[in-house]
Design a binder for this molecule. Structure first.
Ligand SMILES: [Zn+2]
Length: 83
């Protein structure tokens, strides 16, 4: 027995769901889309956002480190000048 139209599957529990379902009736998880193309776009956007956050974090960390180094260097200079 074969189904005429492929039933979309929940990406989480792999149970068959309604084509327009936004919430899986089996595991109650939110389904953004059962279309692989749309999922790829969502993954791409998620990756872009994660990369942006990571990049911002690295830049912030580098900035903090540089400022810390500058403060340390300034303290070293102050110590040398006081001697
Ligand atoms: Zn499910």
């Amino acid at each position: 027995m074969t189904e005429p139209t492929p039933q979309p599957l929940c990406p989480y529990c792999k149970e068959s769901i309604q084509p327009k379902a936004t919430v899986c009736p089996h595991c109650k998880k939110t389904i953004f889309s059962t279309d692989p193309g749309a999922n790829a776009v969502i993954y791409l956007i998620s990756f872009g956002v994660m990369f942006a956050v990571l990049w911002t974090g690295i830049n912030w960390f580098a900035k903090v480190q540089t400022e810390q180094n500058l403060r340390d260097a300034q303290q070293q200079v102050d110590k040398m000048l006081k001697r």
